[in-house]
Design a protein. Structure first.
Length: 211
């Protein structure tokens, strides 16, 4: 994908160009992994607008196309925060979809500020969200460490807060759910983003063998 195509895909999220007012989309894949981007547009948290983590939208869409994973992403700010509010349509529909399709694993993507010391922080809810699947955590972390430095687990963004997407889906469905917090420095241009996508594709291919 060239930079212009990537820019157009990101613009879809930045300017909320999806005409459907549902506020999110869930697209079917073939395997038993779902990739989510609940902050792909701006959010409203406790009355304050928070900037979207817009690049997670293209990351999830491209990865879904390449890996045949199911994907879910926000398309509109409906005055909520899907990774914070106790109840929201995004999480409700995601939980029903996971149950209906027999999904076995959630990878939930987020972006952190560039001044963070980690490159990627893998949130497991301090173990509560991953259904004792340390083998999955090991697979993700081990492969990331071949490409990037300072890979952490539950360092800053543990996803322990009970209303995060990963905590909620894991609790309601019993499957492992990992929050992948990406430092902006890793994906601050499209070439770096492409490298990150390729790395995650390799990881997903490995995960398909063990879940």
């Amino acid at each position: 994908m060239n930079n212009l195509e990537f820019e157009a895909m990101e613009d879809y999220f930045i300017n909320e160009r999806e005409p459907d007012m549902v506020g999110h989309r869930i697209l079917e894949g073939i395997n038993t992994i779902i990739l989510t981007a609940p902050h792909s547009v701006s959010q409203l948290r406790e009355g304050k607008i928070k900037a979207g983590e817009f690049r997670t939208g293209p990351i999830v869409k491209i990865l879904g196309q390449m890996s045949q994973c199911h994907i879910a992403f926000k398309t509109k700010n409906l005055g909520d925060d899907a990774n914070y509010n106790p109840k929201c349509n995004f999480k409700d529909d995601l939980i029903n979809y996971v149950k209906d399709k027999g999904i076995k694993l959630v990878l939930d993507f987020h972006i952190s500020r560039p001044e963070r010391e980690f490159s990627i922080d893998i949130g497991t809810g301090r173990g509560a969200n991953i259904d004792n699947r340390e083998d999955i955590l090991h697979c993700i972390k081990e492969h990331l460490e071949t490409k990037y430095e300072n890979i952490k687990t539950d360092e800053v963004f543990s996803a322990k807060y009970p209303h995060t997407v990963s905590a909620t889906v894991s609790r309601e469905t019993g499957i492992p759910a990992f929050q992948i917090e990406i430092n902006w420095n890793l994906i601050d241009d499209y070439n770096k983003t492409d490298e990150f996508i390729k790395t995650m594709l390799e990881i997903i291919n490995k995960l398909e063998e063990i879940i």
